[in-house]
Each structure stands twice: as structure tokens, then as C-alpha cells.
Design a protein around this ligand. Structure first.
Ligand code: ITT
Length: 196
């Protein structure tokens, strides 16, 4: 069977880099959504937004599409920025500065990353899963890998921020990697059903 096109419904370079590595042993031609294509995220949850993006990109391209809606929820801030993680500020640097400033009065630094993945074919949702990773917000950014809030999210058991870890470690314990672990068996079943 020829490789199947799979369009990543995202314009976030950091996510796209991680997905290209996650899908390396699947029979997909992993491509990204058309340049400049934008989808309004009108959902109230990560999973709703993932559905909206996957369906829009699948309809636009005529191919199978995978969307990721993800973000960081900080306990002391009542779960903010949550689904607004990318809309919280205009750049990664400003997002980090704003979060550290808002969290300054609190001693509770607990936070959770969440990632919902959705695969759609046209209007049809084929698979949806979610993954999590718990940690704490550091007082200062640390590390140069990854993207987004990675430099201020520390996984306590490892004593490292996501930005201090290499890709394999983040893949193993991170929210996206955890969601992908659930996606994998479902995707294998889907591919097997397409073969028949
Ligand atoms: P697309 O919708 O085009 O995929 P986006 O960046 O707007 O790109 P989201 O709406 O899902 O994506 O927002 C997710 C934000 O949460 C993202 O911009 C980062 O700031 C943050 N985020 C998600 N996963 C992350 C990760 O693994 N490491 C660091 N920050 C992450």
C-alpha cells in the first residue's frame, strides 16, 4: 500500500516537529495544513477545539487530518491559561513572562499540560484521545529545547523542565506523547480496516 497523506492541522512549528518524529514509523506522508489557513477555535474544551481544527483541515484538503489542541492549566490561576494558552499573549517569551508575573503571589506552583488529539475524515471523527502531564511552574525559565511554555514547566520526579529534556524523554512522559500512546493502537486498527 502507498503511504497515505495525513495533514497535521496546525501552524505551530513546535507541535509539527514533534508529530513528524512521532509518526516516523507509520505509513503516512505527514504534511502540514495549507499556509495561511486559519480556523477559529470556538470550542470550550481542548477536545472540542481539536475536533473543529481536524474537520476544517480535512474538508479543506480532502485528506485525513490530525489536530492537536493543547495547553497548560495552572492550579493557583483557576486553570488558566488552559484552552487560551496560545491566545494568552503574542509570543512565547511574553506568554512566559506574563505567567510568571501572575503566579508571583502564589506558593502553589502546580500545573498540568493537556493534549487532545483528533483524527477526522471530512466531517467524520475517526479517533479522539487525550493525554496529560503533571508538574510545577519554575521561578525562572530553564533549558533551550522544545517550544511554548517548555522552559517553565518542570516535571518534579525528573527535576528537569521540558526544555531541558531531549525529544525522546519529552515524548515518553509528556502530554503529547501520552496522548499519542493512546492514539497508536486506534490508528493501527483504522489502517488495518482501510487495507481490507
Ligand atoms: P495550532 O492551533 O495551529 O495547532 P496553537 O499554538 O494555536 O497552534 P493551541 O491552540 O493548541 O495551538 O495552543 C496550544 C498552546 O499551548 C501553544 O501555543 C503553546 O503555547 C502551549 N503548548 C501546547 N503544547 C505545548 C508543549 O508541548 N510545550 C510547550 N507549550 C505547549
Amino acid at each position: 500500500m502507498n503511504n497515505l497523506p495525513l495533514i497535521i492541522a496546525s501552524s505551530n512549528e513546535g507541535k509539527i516537529r514533534e508529530f513528524k518524529k512521532l509518526f516516523y514509523d507509520f505509513p503516512f506522508d505527514v504534511m502540514t495544513q495549507p499556509v495561511g489557513f486559519e480556523v477559529e477555535e470556538t470550542g470550550n474544551t481542548f477536545i472540542e477545539n481539536a475536533r473543529i481544527k481536524a474537520i476544517a483541515v480535512s474538508k479543506e484538503t480532502g485528506n485525513l487530518s490530525l489536530a492537536d489542541d493543547s495547553g497548560l492549566s495552572v492550579e493557583a490561576l483557576g486553570g488558566a491559561p488552559g484552552i487560551y494558552s496560545s491566545r494568552y499573549e503574542s509570543s512565547d517569551k511574553k506568554r512566559i513572562e506574563k505567567l510568571l508575573a501572575e503566579l508571583k503571589p502564589f506558593s502553589n506552583r502546580k500545573a498540568k499540560f493537556e493534549c487532545s488529539l483528533c483524527i477526522a475524515s471530512g466531517e467524520k471523527i475517526l479517533i479522539e484521545v487525550s493525554g496529560f502531564c503533571e508538574g510545577v511552574i519554575t521561578f525562572l525559565p530553564r533549558g533551550r529545547n522544545g517550544f511554548g511554555y517548555d522552559p517553565i514547566f518542570e516535571v518534579l520526579e525528573l527535576g528537569e523542565t521540558f526544555a531541558e529534556m531531549n525529544h525522546d524523554k519529552k515524548k515518553d512522559i509528556g502530554h503529547r506523547g501520552n496522548a499519542f500512546k493512546k492514539l497508536k493502537p486506534e490508528l493501527k486498527k483504522l489502517l488495518a480496516s482501510m487495507d481490507n
